[in-house]
Write a protein that binds this ligand. Structure first.
Ligand code: ATP
Ligand code: MG
Length: 249
């Protein structure tokens, strides 16, 4: 059985004041994949995510999610279609606890923002969803801890937790292990693997191949705003351009 295409970009191009950051990106992601886009600093990785989630608009091209062109949709509409994102820069409310951070994210996905007059049923549903996410990510023993008191690795896991508030089918992770020590990185990778096993499609971006080769063997290489190749680790490392950038060959 061949997996369905979940996300597809066609001729996706982004220029900032005439400077081309992404050029003619034709990228396909199939349902159930755990796909890593790797590329050096400034390659255009985060820009690609910002385009997918509707934060910025492409100069040219289309983005299909489940065969629907999502270009021009508002970020909240795209989120509701089933795309969740965890960025490399922290979104956490440092003074709030783990539970409160997730609760806020779940609330905003219920289209309620800090509303104290929440109907009883909704309040229960929000609480249940919040606890479900805590359990899924192994955060239950830390629910009362303020975000600022968490290890950097747990903060990254909490970021991923916030992205789960909307039950995404597709989870986008922007450098989920960058800056982490090896123990923290291992924990985060374990969570990503688990989310993938639970049938989520995951697209992550990373500049370090070594950091993610334990959890996937599906790579795309983005260099200078262009996808150079897609394939297994050995197939992309056989390309001279990739070796030049990554191994100095
Ligand atoms: N809003 C913007 N306005 C102008 N230029 C931008 C904007 N956003 C990104 N750029 C430029 O686009 C290029 C790609 O940036 P992007 O953040 O997508 O790279 P990246 O691959 O995520 O890099 P990193 O590994 O450092 O996170 C960079 O040259 C950056 O300066
Ligand atoms: Mg980036």
């Amino acid at each position: 059985m061949t997996a369905e295409v979940l996300l597809k970009t066609k001729g996706l191009t982004k220029k900032f004041r005439g400077f081309t950051v992404l050029e003619n990106i034709n990228f396909t992601l199939k349902e159930g994949e755990l796909h890593a886009i790797i590329g050096p600093n400034g390659a255009g990785k985060t820009t690609l995510f910002n385009l997918i989630i509707g934060k910025i608009k492409p100069t040219k091209g289309e983005i299909f999610f489940k065969n629907e062109n999502i270009v021009g949709m508002k970020p909240y509409e795209i989120s509701r279609k089933g795309i969740g994102v965890a960025f490399q820069l922290t979104n956490l409310f440092q003074e709030l606890t783990v539970y409160e951070n997730i609760w806020v994210s779940v609330c905003s996905n219920f289209r309620l923002r800090w509303n104290p007059i929440i109907k009883a049923d909704e309040a229960r549903e929000i609480k249940e969803k919040t606890m479900e996410i805590c359990e899924e990510l192994g955060l239950t023993n830390k629910i009362g801890v303020k975000a600022k008191k968490l290890s950097y690795g747990d903060q990254k896991i909490l970021e991923i937790a916030l992205a789960l508030a909307n039950n995404p089918i597709l989870l986008l992770l922007d450098e989920p292990v960058s800056g982490l020590g090896s123990n923290d990185a291992e924990n985060v990778l374990k969570i990503i693997k688990q989310l993938h096993r639970e049938k989520r499609t995951i697209l992550l971006i990373e500049h370090n191949i070594d950091a993610v080769k334990e959890i996937t063997n599906t790579f795309s290489v983005l260099i200078n705003g262009k996808i150079l190749a897609t394939g297994s680790l050995s197939s992309i490392l056989s390309l001279e351009e990739v070796r030049k950038v990554y191994l100095g060959a």
